[in-house]
Design a protein. Structure first.
Lengths: 85, 392
C-alpha cells in the first residue's frame, strides 16, 4: 500500500511516497523498515509507541495503535506533529 | 575497592604530537561542524554543517583509528540515532541498532530514550568498543564500532539504580543524563560513569558490580549525602598521565580524588569567593595531573548559569587545586553572559596545550598557550553543545 513520507524522513526513502505491505500498521512499518533501514525507530520508540511528535493517519483518520488492521487499498500518511511552532 | 594496577607509560611532552594538526568537532543544537586547524592552530577550515537541523549532542573521533566518527543525533520530531562515518565525515551511515532501552514486559511501563548524550571510545585494547550514555539515564555499549548498540551492565533496568536516576523531573532541564563514562586506560574492566542526577559510580569488574563513589561530595543543603539521588556531578575527567587521579565539576563545587582513596576533596574552596566553584565543564591536562581548567558560572539565587558578573574567565590550577589562576586575556571584560555546557570545553594534546570552548550563544574560542590568551575562532553558530579536539 501507499505510504506518504514527511520531509524529515525522505533521507531514508528519497521520495515522498513509499510502498509497503502488511495486515496491520505494525506489519507495514516493519516492512517499511526492511526497505529503508532505520526509518521505523525514528517514528516508533522502543516501547512500540508512536513518538510524541509524530502522527499517523490511515485514510484521513488518526491511528494511535500499531495493532490497527489495514487493507491493501488503505493509504497511510506519516506526518510530523505541528508542535514546532 | 580499586585493584592495584600498574602505572601507565606517561607520554613525553610534545614527543607524540609534533607536527600534528588539530581537528575540532563541534556539536550544536542545529547540526555539527568540524574545523581543521593549520600547523600553528591559527587558521581553521570549516567543514559543515553536517546533519543541519539535527540536535547533535556530541561528535567524537575514534582515537584508535583516526577515521571513525560517531555523532549522537535526533531532531525535534524524530527519535534518536547515531550516525557513523568511517572516512572522517565525508560520508555517513546510520547505526543499524541505535541505543534503545529494553522493551517492557506486558503491563509494565518501559523507558524511551530521548537522546544519546555521551559517547566514549573504548580503550586501545578493545578496538571496536564504544560506550554511550543517554537521556533519560542509560548505559549502552557497542562492540562493532558503533553500528549496533545494546544495554550495558544491569543498571538500566535495576530497581535501585532506577530509584537513584529518578524521573525526568529530577534531571537537567533538557532531561536527566548519564555522562562522563570513563575507561581506565590500564584496565578495561575498571569503569566510571556519572549521572545528573544520580552520582558517580565505579566498577572494577567490567560492569558486573558498581559502587557509588560519593564520599566527600556535598549536596544541596538539607538533602542526604548518603543517597546517590541527591548527587549531581556535572563532569568527571580522569588524568591521562595519572589514571589514579580524577577531577570533578559538580553542582556543589570542584573536587579531586586520588585513588585508591574513595574520598573526594573539594578543591574549589580555594576559588575566589565572588566567582565561586560552580560550573559545568572541566578539562584536564594531557600530560600533567596537577593542571586542570574550569569555566565558572553563576550558581547563586536562581542559578543563572552565566559567567559571574558577565565577565567570562577560565580558571586554571597548576598544583592540583591548591590555588587557581584567572585566565581572561582576550575574552570580553564585561557584559558577556556566557554559558558553556559540560561537553563544550576541551583540550588538544599538543605542546603547549590548546584549549577550546563553545558557548550557548554560538561562539567558539581557543587558546594556543594553555589559557594565557584567548581568541574567538568562530561566531554565529547555533547553540554549542559539545566541543571535541583530536590530533591528526
Amino acid at each position: 500500500m501507499k505510504v506518504l513520507i514527511p520531509g524529515a524522513l525522505r533521507s531514508y526513502t528519497e521520495q515522498s511516497e513509499a510502498e509497503a505491505s502488511g495486515a496491520t500498521l505494525a506489519a507495514v512499518l516493519a516492512d517499511l523498515d526492511r526497505r529503508y533501514a532505520g526509518i521505523r525507530f525514528r517514528i516508533i520508540d522502543e516501547q512500540d509507541r508512536i513518538r510524541r511528535h509524530i502522527r499517523i493517519f490511515v485514510n484521513g483518520a488518526q491511528v494511535r495503535e500499531l495493532s490497527q488492521p489495514l487493507a491493501p487499498s488503505d493509504e497511510i500518511v506519516i506526518v510530523q506533529a505541528l508542535s514546532g511552532g | 575497592m580499586v585493584r592495584k594496577i600498574a602505572k601507565p607509560a606517561v607520554r613525553k611532552q610534545g614527543a607524540a604530537t609534533h607536527g600534528r594538526r588539530v581537528l575540532l568537532m563541534v556539536a550544536t543544537r542545529k547540526g555539527a561542524w568540524m574545523y581543521h586547524g593549520d600547523a600553528a592552530r591559527r587558521s581553521w577550515r570549516a567543514d559543515g554543517p553536517h546533519f543541519l537541523g539535527h540536535v547533535v549532542s556530541q561528535l567524537v573521533l575514534d582515537p584508535r583509528d583516526g577515521q571513525t566518527l560517531l555523532a549522537a543525533a535526533k531532531t525535534g520530531h524524530l527519535g534518536p540515532t547515531v550516525f557513523r562515518s568511517i572516512d572522517r565525515g565525508r560520508s555517513w551511515k546510520e547505526a543499524a541498532r541505535p541505543p534503545a532501552f529494553a522493551k517492557a514486559a506486558a503491563g509494565e511501563k518501559g523507558r524511551t530514550g530521548d537522546h544519546t548524550f555521551w559517547l566514549t571510545p573504548g580503550p586501545a585494547s578493545e578496538p571496536n568498543v564504544w560506550y554511550a550514555g543517554t537521556s533519560p539515564q542509560g548505559l549502552f555499549r557497542s562492540e562493532d564500532g558503533g553500528v549496533s548498540w545494546a544495554p550495558f551492565s544491569f543498571i538500566n533496568e535495576d530497581a535501585q539504580f532506577r530509584e537513584w536516576m529518578g524521573s525526568v523531573q529530577d534531571g537537567t532541564p533538557d532531561g536527566p543524563k548519564l555522562h562522563s563514562i570513563i575507561v581506565d586506560p590500564r584496565d578495561s574492566a575498571h569503569l566510571y560513569f556519572a549521572m545528573s542526577g544520580g552520582g558517580v559510580h565505579e566498577s572494577v569488574d567490567a560492569g558486573r558490580n558498581w559502587t557509588p563513589l560519593l564520599q566527600g561530595l556535598e549536596v544541596v543543603e538539607g538533602f542526604d549525602r548518603a543517597n546517590p539521588s541527591f548527587h549531581d556531578p556535572h563532569c568527571v575527567r580522569l588524568c591521562p598521565s595519572n589514571p589514579d587521579r580524577l577531577y570533578q565539576q559538580n553542582h556543589c563545587g570542584i573536587y579531586r580524588i586520588d585513588r585508591p582513596s574513595d574520598t573526594w576533596v573539594r578543591i574549589g574552596k580555594s576559588m575566589p569567593k565572588r566567582v565561586g566553584d560552580i560550573g559545568f565543564p572541566l578539562v584536564v591536562h594531557p600530560r600533567n595531573d596537577n593542571t586542570a581548567w574550569v569555566f565558572p558560572m553563576d550558581g547563586t539565587a536562581v542559578w543563572p548559569r552565566t559567567s559571574p558578573e558577565g565577565k567570562p574567565a577560565v580558571y586554571a590550577t597548576r598544583n592540583g587545586g591548591k590555588t587557581w589562576q584567572r585566565l581572561d586575556a582576550g575574552l570580553p571584560q564585561k557584559q558577556a553572559w556566557w554559558t558553556v555546557k559540560r561537553q563544550a570545553m576541551t583540550a588538544d594534546a599538543l605542546d603547549p596545550v590548546g584549549l577550546y570552548f563553545g558557548t550557548t550563544s554560538g561562539e567558539l574560542w581557543m587558546s594556543r598557550d594553555e589559557g594565557r590568551r584567548w581568541a574567538c575562532i568562530v561566531r554565529h553558530l547555533p547553540e554549542i553543545y559539545a566541543v571535541e579536539a583530536a590530533e591528526l
